[in-house]
Design a protein around this ligand. Sequence first.
Ligand code: 5GP
Ligand code: MN
Length: 325
Amino acid sequence: MSVVQNLASDFVSAVRSASTVLIGTHLNPDGDALGSARAVSHYLDGIGVANEVLCHHMPPRNLRFLPGVSRIRQTPKEEKYDLGIVVDLDSLERLGSTEPFFASCERTIFIDHHVPHDAPGDIRIVDTAAPATAVILARLFIELGVEITPEIATCLIAGIVTDTGSFRFRNTTPESLSLAARLLEQGGDITQVSEQVFQSKPISSARLLGFALERMNLACDDQLCWSVLLHEDFEQNHAVDEDTEGFVNELLSIETVQISALFREPKRGKVRCSIRSRGDYDVSAVARIFGGGGHKNAAGCTFDGPVNEAVDRLVAELKLCLESS
Ligand code: 5GP
Ligand code: MN
């Protein structure tokens, strides 16, 4: 039996016995984080359970089309909630400033597909083989016979399309395609999702991509590629970190490149790094060395201090990862 089949009845009894539910997801939320959180919220609305979605950061521009996204808050309205449901998250730290509100919930359910970090939660519906948290939710809703409204379908498609890179990444499975087909039948709008998620860049983003490509570095017979965006680049282009979404995949799209990394300093003194890989190169293990995490082929971490130091430290480990695999 799958984890969804095993835990579906625990999930539903926890939800049915709660009168208030707090839904959470990770910092720097992406389409899977917000799509999954909003899908859970629409489901709870449908069965008449009061709920609220919290996120440390406000939704990025390209996800503001998600149904109900304007209801997402950074602090809760109520003092206490019976149940917390946290989606697309492997470590409590990634809840950011919203963590204490979940810590005070009587029970918490975690629904996730990351490599487990500290395995929090009373009920854990976790499948690291699932391409997206939205896939686990689609399975759960189907298992429970939930009525999948067009709103829920669009939210779940946003999660699947984001995390599979529009069904191009290695994690794309026959199941993810058939679930997406089913969600389209339920009225999910994949055209809107694709246009908003992938084709609605601000000009500042296109300019930053130019810098990132110009400053590209290659090593290890062109198998390792990284680039850097400095704080000045963000300032001069009036850009924010979300404008760099997808750049690391551009670096990985080069024929020879097996591992790519993008370092950026949107806020001075804090260096964010996104890492991607092909095949068996496990970049989540490298990210974990620096307190980050993620998936085998897509991970990230944050460094305090100067950019060049972060680059030296991470690149040295990425070279080892390439050489030892
Ligand atoms: P991205 O590069 O798109 O920000 O993140 C890629 C993947 O790595 C996502 O699944 C994200 O959740 C995970 N990730 C990114 N940064 C961190 C981090 O600092 N800590 C952990 N645990 N996971 C991260
Ligand atoms: Mn995800």
